[in-house]
Design a protein around this ligand. Sequence first.
Ligand SMILES: [Cu+2]
Length: 136
Amino acid sequence: MKKRMPMLLMALLLFPFTTLAETVVVEGESAKSMYNADMGKTQVLSQKNKSFILRAPNGNEIISPTTMTVKAGERFYILNEEEIFIHNVYDTSDSSWVLKKQLPSNIAAITFTTAGKHSLRCAIHPAMEVNVDVLP
Ligand SMILES: [Cu+2]
């Protein structure tokens, strides 16, 4: 946590971002840089074959997970790993952020800053749904 805070602050100061009370979203090149630096340290919620795939830091994967768990302030990434399909992740429990149309190979860094429950869905593929439990 001590290591992550300066990086998060730097990201907030330097990069294009959307910050709100509960959710910090970074997209574009900044998110790609963060992802490369965080590889193997964070969870990744990939989108492939029109499904969510949850990838643990050690590389283990769960296809179409029902629930994922993060700690408040812990960053994770949402990737589009499709060849051609676009996704559009939104949070049914927090309308303050949405990824809009996420093209193949695009990456978003997501941080829920407070504990609670979120439900992520894809506006284009209604079968894609995952609950996120954010622990204190
Ligand atoms: Cu989708």
